[in-house]
Structures are given as structure tokens and as C-alpha cells.
Ligand binder design. Sequence first.
Ligand code: PEP
Length: 254
Amino acid sequence: MRRPVIAGNWKMHKTRAETREFFDAFKPLISNINHCEIIVAPPFTSLSVAADSARGSSVRIAAQDMHWEREGAFTGAISAAMIVDAGCRAVILGHSERRRYFGETDATVNRKLKAALAAKLQPIVCVGETLDEREAGRTERVLESQFIGASDTLTPEEFSRILLAYEPVWAIGTGRTATPETASESHAYLRRLAEQSFGEESASGLRILYGGSVRPDNIASLMAQREIDGALVGGASLDPQTFFSILNFKQRSS
Ligand code: PEP
């Protein structure tokens, strides 16, 4: 049984004061939630405030990126040790916005992934095709090269500590969600890739989150799919009540 994970990616939103306000409202809402794991990924400047504010709750704090080196002359970069020091337990890697605007490649995702695992962070590794790639029938090839490029050289034990997020780029921030069936097909394909690389046991334990315009009104149908183990939520994670409505999917659908 794979325990669901609902993760919120705040992107470049919220000051430290806004972060405190979010948790003041959010913590009481989730006090009885135990059917899923909850992760919140604020921007770097709010990480330690978020970690302090989340104390006493089940929320784990994630960074949205990191550098693979421990320290050095890398202006503007933040290391795994630094985000651990700020209170992080997880880190998002390879988000399509990092790939598109900041030159992230499968090779840099792989280096970051190994550094994150060495620092005992839980990586959330993002993969997903663009609309052009989907329309050209290249979805599986893209997912394969992103999956193999990122996870190459991991041991099965290391692989067992990662979360994978399938985020079709055409669904991120566009209001256009993949249908549960479309998402499920890609998840099943990614699980087959995991099986080929790391064996049946690792593949069946792998949690694959769906990301792309997840909202309170579509989460239940996504989570009803056996292949979908959770969600990576962008815009709809910024408001405490809306994010709560998403992670409360179980109660709402029963
Ligand atoms: C994301 O940022 O990973 C994401 C899925 O964004 P949104 O939910 O806003 O589409």
C-alpha cells in the first residue's frame, strides 16, 4: 500500500510574514489529517520560517531546488546542507520551470539528486512532456530519457527514497488538467521504467505524484486512479483552505 503524498509548490510566492499567516490558518485545518503525507515547498527565504511555523504538525518542508555542491563559488546557489539547516526534509528537483527558464538538464538533475540523497533529503523528481512533444507522439520517449537521465547510477536503496512527479508541462499553471486516464497511463509507463531499472519491488513501492492544475474539484477523480499516489500542487497550494480541500480528498470522496 503506497501512502499518498500531497505536496504544495509555492514557486516565487509569499514573504516570511505571509508564510507565517499561511501556517497559522493551515495548521488547525490539518490537525486530524492522517491519510496522506503533506509537504509544503516555500521559496528559499521562507524555508526556516515555514519549518518553525510547521513545528508540531505533520507538514514537512521542501525546497524548490538546490545546488549539488556542498559549498563554493556558486553565486546565488544554495546547497543541500543549507536547506537541511533551514529545516527542510525534502527538495523538488527538475521542475519544468527550472528546465525551461534556468537551463536545468537531466545531467544536473542527476547530480542534484545524488547530493540530496547523500544529505538525507527526500527528492521529488519532476518529469513531463511539453504539448509539442505529446502531439508529436513523443511522450514516452521524453519520459524515458528524463527518468533514466535523472535516476542513472542510483542504487535500488537510493531509488526507494525518492518521489517521482509526473507533470505534463502543458497542464502546469494552464488550468488544463490531464484526464485521470491520461495521467494514469504515463504513471504506469514510468512504473514500468522503474521496474526495468530497479526491479519489481522498487517499482511497486515507488510513489508517483501527478502535477498540473490540480484543484479541489479534480483531485478526487485523479486520486481514484490506482497509479496516482498523490499530487504536486502549484497555484492551488497558496491558499490554506484550498490546499486543505485538496489534501482532504479522501473524506470528500467517501
Ligand atoms: C507545479 O508547479 O508543479 C504545478 C503543478 O503548478 P499548477 O498546480 O499551478 O499547475
